[in-house]
Design a protein around this ligand. Structure first.
Ligand code: PMP
Length: 361
């Protein structure tokens, strides 16, 4: 066999400097690390879904435009006819499509801490990335700093997650509007956690030419499907559609997401239960000595542990079979912080019990 000696110059230096996105192995654990919905479907709904899947023409390519799914999405989420919908293999793929469409000289702006893929994907495409720190007290937007960065660098895309991951708060809508108005490029409001926040910018689309709203079905309870969508003016989405891979939404996802959206009340009920449990978990964390849970408008809670103890608490939880996310290594505003996803009452009880124990260790 001919062997090829790969030189490091084969790939761009930015790629060589990256680390692959890693997900911890959660086998056999109480899994509260990834903002998933903990509930599966009742047996009768599962049976109806499987019956629909039986007719899936899996020997054929999927509908490249996912027309049935897009129509159901438009109806269920009440997306006005004036705006297009671009579907992605998760909203991750939509972020990638947006960034891939930018010229090499473009830059990207987002508050920090924020969703890691904004920076990861910008780095992978060698785009300049401006991270503007949130205000330490309350994780709000630092509007003067953001406006100064916009004026200085004129970023082509600004991401604002509403609610924000990993801080779980909703930013001040007036500050967000000021950013949309000051922006020289597109502003993407990432509404991944909208079902838990009852707040949206979807109704502002008509007012701002440069506004795009991104959503996902992942947090709603369909993380395994990998389906995200972007809503905005046809003049922007039409360009992005040119770089979308053919058939990016597979047939099983198209059928399943369409089915699930037609059963939206099931997911609304689960969302309601998660929001109720969020209050319970929040209260219990705050009752534990030395811990502080920050307010959450999402399906997860960020909490601060006593200085220097986050790694040990995270490890002790893991040793007791509970997997959450340790954000402390990221430092900055996240020093000493852990993030837990709200699960079922049983999972939450297991987490809280283990958390109490880990503070005693
Ligand atoms: N946006 C935010 C703010 C997120 O937290 C996540 C997932 N953690 C995503 C987008 C990506 O979601 P998905 O690719 O599952 O649609």
């Amino acid at each position: 066999m001919k062997s090829v000696v790969l030189s490091s110059s084969l790939f761009r230096p930015e790629i060589l400097a990256l680390s692959a996105y890693k997900v911890a192995d959660a086998s056999g654990m109480v899994k509260l690390d990834a903002m998933e919905n903990p509930y599966h479907w009742p047996e009768d709904i599962k049976a109806a879904w499987l019956a629909e899947l039986q007719d899936c023409p899996i020997n054929r390519y999927p509908d490249p435009e996912a027309r049935q799914l897009a129509a159901t999405l438009r109806e269920v989420e009440q997306i006005p006819a004036d705006f297009d919908i671009l579907l992605g293999n998760g909203s991750d793929e939509i972020i990638q499509m947006l960034l891939m469409a930018l010229p090499p000289t473009a830059s990207v702006l987002a508050p920090a801490p924020g969703f890691v893929m904004y920076k990861q994907l910008s780095d992978s495409l060698s785009l300049r990335y401006h991270a503007v720190p949130l205000v330490a007290d309350g994780f709000g937007l630092d509007l003067p700093a953001l406006l100064a960065t916009i004026a200085a660098h004129q970023p082509s895309v600004i991401f604002l997650a509403y609610p924000n991951n990993p801080t779980a708060n909703l930013f001040d809508p007036a500050a967000m509007i000021a950013i949309i108005e000051a922006a020289h490029g597109l502003v993407v409001i990432d509404e991944a956690y909208a079902p838990f926040a009852h707040a949206t910018f979807m109704d502002k689309l008509a007012a701002y030419d440069n506004l795009l709203v991104m959503r996902t079905v992942s947090k709603l309870g369909l993380a395994g499907l990998r389906l995200g969508y972007l809503v905005g003016q046809p003049k922007w989405l039409g360009e992005l559609n040119k770089i979308r891979l053919p058939y990016n939404i597979n047939s099983l996802t198209q059928i399943t997401a369409d089915f699930a959206l037609r059963h939206k009340p099931l997911f609304d009920g689960q969302t309601q239960r998660i929001c109720e449990q969020r209050a319970v978990v929040m209260e219990h964390i705050n009752a534990l000595p030395g811990l502080l849970a920050y307010p959450s408008a999402a399906n997860f809670i960020l909490f601060k542990t006593p200085s220097g103890q986050a790694d040990a608490i995270f490890a002790a939880l893991k040793a007791q079979g509970v997997l959450i996310k340790n954000l402390s290594p990221q430092g900055g505003l996240l020093a000493d912080c852990l993030r837990v996803t709200v699960g079922t009452p049983e999972e939450n009880a297991a987490f809280l019990q283990a958390l109490g124990q880990s503070l005693k260790d």
